[in-house]
Design a binder for this molecule. Sequence first.
Ligand code: SF4
Ligand code: SF4
Length: 470
Amino acid sequence: MSLPVTRVPPAPSTGRPIGDAGTSAFAAGAGPERGLLDACVHCGFCLPTCPTYVLWGEEMDSPRGRILLMDLADRGELGLDATTVRHWDSCLGCMACVTSCPSGVQYDRLIEATRAQVEERFAREPADRRLRDAVFRVLPHHRRMTAVAAPLIPYRASGLQRALRRSGLYRRLPARVRRFEALAPVVTWAGVREQAPALTRPAGEPVLRVAMLTGCVQRALFGDVNAATARVLTAHGCEVRAPAAQACCGALELHAGRAATAAERARRLIAALDAPDVDRIVVNSAGCGSTLKEYGHLLADDPAWAERAATFAAKVADVHEVLAELEPPAGALRPLAMRLAYHDACHLAHAQGVRSEPRAVLARIPGLELAEIPDAAICCGSAGVYNLLQPDAASELGRMKADSVRRTAPDALAAANPGCLIQISANLGGGDPVPTFHPVELVDASLRGEDAAGLLARRAALVRSAGSPT
Ligand code: SF4
Ligand code: SF4
């Protein structure tokens, strides 16, 4: 996977300054910070871990190239034209470059500020704008998401999906329609109907009181994972609050440059979840967790919320961080014999630095053998809404990830992010599917004494019933 590190090429000539030469293409005080831009020393250590550079070998589709474009735009030597914006749009926001950068460049802050400016100051093509608006009218709203996804259950269960995918008609569908269909998640009634109870108490005095984010996509499609999370935390001695009156955390919008909407969602979520006696805000979805941990930064300029947001963010923990701190009751975890490939979701490993905790939690399960996936740092191509907006690159990355996973010969795969589970499942289907799980589902299955073979067979049958996109 390693590619040679290339020298920094000359500045691209495709840009046209917005105003006079020397006038920043970004609004005063709103673009990427000059100090953060200057921190990049152009060494190129980040290039081999950047998925788009791995795919195309193009300097301007690498972290270093994108930072150079930001720098030139900030200096007024480049405008926000379609070519420049395309290089920023093609970034997955996976933050592998943050992990691999020896100079501590905060690429996350740079791309976030840049994307917010692009959404404010760049006129997108009408079709692109319409697609983005449609995506954000549905995904962050769990009821709308459920309404869109629920028909996928009879579509799959009736055999229609499998028949369509096998038919010649499927191959005649427009490529974009085929790519969207190929991503159709394997939705179940349990995923749609089950939810975490509003309050779950442990048998004795709680060791922690936690408030749980239920999310938007997670709540709409993986409600059973939320329910399992509440059971597992309770079994580890936590009192779990999962109020129904909570909504999307704003992660999808923040990563797409819609910062004002994300900030409003942050205020509402803080009000819904926080309370003086809550010890931790627990998140089981990697993309959401990394955003909640950044609420202090997101609301830093809002005097009414800055302090509260920083206090809230300090309490946020990924569910594996909390479980790794606690001990399950002696003998409660029963054997679950399987070889499990664990996938590091980018927003858990790169953005939050949470790598050892999920492995430690899974390794407690007797009989479960963990397998490490080659090229684990490379994103699977899900990246929030990236696989909807950039389907070609996303499907190529999805295929590469599936190949890497299969090389470990696993019985199953676990990942702690709904987007990764959908993306990787779509690429691990077919006649010999690898069943996928959220790690807490496996801890829950172990606590409930489920039979591993039956669990794997049921999940594989679900995937097989959808058929394989051709
Ligand atoms: S966030 Fe990911 S895709 Fe974007 S520049 Fe960094 S490594 Fe590349
Ligand atoms: S982002 Fe970091 S690793 Fe990449 S070129 Fe700049 S200084 Fe080097």
